[in-house]
Ligand binder design. Structure first.
Ligand code: ATP
Length: 486
C-alpha cells in the first residue's frame, strides 16, 4: 500500500466485502505450519496446512496494492465464482487476516486463501521434470492450459498476463492463476518492469500500445499461449539466454520467434505458430486450439500410446503419473464452504462495490489522469522504438493535439503525483523537451535517473541519451572552444 490512507481505504473495502459475505473470512486458527514460498508483484506467498491436516493451502498477501486496485480485486474475485470449479484454474477460497511471519502481532493486512500448487510454476516444473515427460504428457499439459484459457474466454474474461510464472502445476495438473488480478496490478507503478520481465510472452501488438479492444486482448492471450506451448515442447523459457529488454521486444515485433524443437510433431508446431502469428486476426480462437489438440491427442491414442487422456475435466486425483493422494476430506469441506459462499453471492447485488467506486468523482478523475499518463508513456515508447528523433517534440505535441490532451493539466498533475515511475519519467520528459516548462536537461536527467532506478526501461534509455549528448558536446567543446561563445 502506498500510504496509511490507502491502507485504511483498502481495508474498508475488504471488510465491507466480508460483511456482505462476498468472501469467507478464515480465522488464524484454521492454519498451521506457515512457510513463505514466494514473493510476487503484490506481496508474499505462503504455504500453510489446513487445520492440522496434511492438506496445504496457499496464502497470498497483497500489501503492495493501492486502494483503487484493492477495490478492483474485490470485484474481480467475485467474478471468479463462475469458473471456480474448473479443474485447471486455481481455486480461491476466501480471505484471512493475520500476520503470517510474526506470532501475536495484530495485522490489518488481508491474505487471499487459495488452492496450493505443489510444483509451483510451470517454469519450475519443467526445469525439474522435463526429462521424464513424454510427448503425450506435453500435449496433455498443453490441452489443460488451453482448456483453462478457453474457460476464461468463454466467460468473457481475458487473462492478459499469461507467462510461465503465472501457470502453476499441482500433482502434474495445470492450475492457471492470477487472472483478473494481473490486469489490475499492471496499472500499478512497476508496469514497465513487469512488461519487460515477460517480454517474449507479450503480444507484439501491445508494444505499440494499441490493444484497446476486447477482441485484441483475447487474441493477445492466444499469442501468449502459443509461446507457452513452445515452452512445453522445449522445457525452457523462450530466449532463455538473452536479456528481456527493449531490443528483444523490437525483434519480436519484427517477427522474430523461437525455433521449433527437434522431433516436435508437425501439427503441434502448426498450432503454436498460428497462435503467435504477428497478426491477431490470423490467430485461432482458444476453442479451435482445443479442438485441434484433442485431435492430436486422440490420434496419438489410436496409435497405441497409452497414458494420453484429456484431463481438464477430470478430478485432481487423476493424473498422468498416477500419483494418488487422498484429498477427499479437505476438498469436500472446502467445496462445501465454497458452495455456501456462492449461494451467498447469488443473493447479493454483486455490482454494488464497483459502481460505488466509479461514481466517486475524485477517484475516477485520478484513474483517468493516471491512465492518460500511462498511454502517453506507451506512445513515447512506441515512437522511440520506431527510431523517431527522441529530442524532437513534434510527435508528442501532435499526439496531444490528436487526443485532445491538455498538456498543461498533465504537467500540473505530474508535479504533485510523483508516486510511480511512469509519472517521474514523464515529468522528466516534459523538462527534457521544454513542454509546459523551460527546457532543463539537468532536471530531466535527475528525474530519468530516479525512474530508471525503479527499472523504468524508457527512462534508462533517456539517461543514456542525455549522457551521450553531454559526452559529445564536451568533446566538441574541447575541439572547438570558440563554440562556447556561439
Ligand atoms: N497457489 C500457489 N501455490 C503454490 N505456489 C504459489 C501459489 N501462488 C504463488 N505461488 C508461488 O509464489 C510465487 C509468487 O507468486 P505471485 O503470483 O504472487 O507472483 P508472480 O506471479 O511472480 O507475480 P505477480 O503477482 O505480479 O503476478 C510464484 O512464483 C509461485 O512460485
Amino acid at each position: 500500500m502506498q500510504n496509511t490512507e490507502n491502507t485504511n481505504e483498502c481495508i474498508k473495502w475488504i471488510e465491507e466485502a466480508i460483511s456482505k459475505e462476498y468472501f469467507r473470512l478464515y480465522e488464524h486458527k484454521y492454519f498451521s505450519n506457515v512457510q513463505r514460498i514466494g514473493t510476487g508483484g503484490f506481496g508474499k506467498v505462503y504455504r500453510v496446512n489446513w487445520k492440522n491436516s496434511d492438506q496445504y493451502l496457499a496464502l497470498k498477501s497483497f500489501s503492495n496494492v493501492d486502494d483503487v486496485i484493492a477495490k478492483e480485486i474485490v470485484h474481480e474475485l467475485k467474478l471468479q465464482r463462475d469458473i471456480q470449479f474448473h479443474n485447471n484454474i486455481i481455486k480461491f477460497y476466501g480471505v484471512a487476516q493475520f500476520e503470517p511471519e510474526y506470532q501475536n502481532v495484530q495485522s490489518k493486512n488481508y491474505l487471499l486463501v487459495m488452492e496450493y500448487a505443489d510444483s509451483g510454476t510451470i517454469k519450475n516444473y519443467l526445469k525439474e521434470n522435463f526429462n521424464n515427460l513424454t510427448w503425450s504428457n506435453k500435449c496433455n499439459l498443453a490441452y489443460q492450459l488451453a482448456s483453462a484459457v478457453a474457460c476464461l474466454h468463454n466467460e468473457g474474461i481475458v487473462h492478459r498476463d499469461l507467462h510461465s510464472g503465472n501457470v502453476l502445476v499441482h500433482q502434474n495438473i495445470i492450475k492457471l492463476s492470477d487472472f483478473g488480478l494481473s490486469k489490475r496490478i499492471e496499472s500499478s507503478s512497476n508496469t514497465k518492469t513487469k512488461f519487460f520481465g515477460c517480454v517474449p510472452y507479450v503480444d507484439p501488438k501491445r508494444f505499440s500500445g494499441r490493444n484497446k479492444n476486447k477482441k485484441l486482448n483475447e487474441k493477445s492471450d492466444i499469442y501468449s499461449v502459443g509461446v507457452l506451448f513452445w515452452e512445453l515442447s522445449s522445457g525452457q523459457p523462450p530466449f532463455a539466454t538473452e536479456e528481456y529488454d527493449i531490443d528483444l521486444a523490437l525483434e519480436i515485433s519484427q517477427g522474430r520467434r523461437e525455433e521449433p524443437i527437434l522431433n516436435t510433431p508437425e501439427n503441434y508446431i502448426k498450432i503454436y505458430t498460428e497462435c503467435w502469428d504477428n497478426e491477431p486476426d490470423n490467430r485461432p480462437t482458444m476453442n479451435q486450439v482445443l479442438e485441434r489438440l484433442k485431435e492430436i491427442i486422440t490420434k496419438t491414442t489410436e496409435n497405441h500410446q497409452p497414458g494420453l487422456n484429456l484431463q481438464s475435466t477430470s478430478t485432481d486425483e487423476q493424473n498422468f503419473n498416477s500419483i494418488n493422494i487422498d484429498t477427499s476430506n479437505i476438498n469436500n469441506s472446502l467445496h462445501g464452504e465454497m458452495s455456501q459462499i456462492i449461494e451467498n453471492f447469488d443473493k447479493m447485488n454483486t455490482k454494488e462495490i464497483v459502481y460505488k467506486t466509479l461514481t466517486n468523482e475524485d477517484i475516477s478523475s485520478e484513474i483517468k489522469l493516471s491512465k492518460i499518463v500511462n498511454d502517453i508513456v506507451n506512445y513515447i515508447f512506441k515512437i522511440t522504438s520506431e527510431g523517431k528523433n527522441p529530442a524532437s517534440n513534434k510527435h508528442i505535441l501532435d499526439y496531444f493535439n490528436d487526443n485532445n490532451i491538455n498538456s498543461q493539466e498533465i504537467h500540473d498533475w505530474l508535479l504533485i503525483n510523483q508516486n510511480n515511475s511512469d509519472s517521474i519519467f514523464l515529468l522528466g520528459y516534459f523538462n527534457y523537451l521544454g513542454i509546459e516548462t523551460i527546457k532543463d536537461r539537468k532536471k530531466a536527467l535527475n528525474l530519468f535517473t530516479k525512474a530508471s532506478e525503479q527499472t523504468h526501461i524508457l527512462a534508462k534509455f533517456y539517461v543514456k541519451l542525455i549522457n551521450w549528448q553531454i559526452y559529445h558536446q564536451s568533446r566538441e567543446l574541447s575541439r572547438h572552444p570558440k563554440s562556447l561563445f556561439d
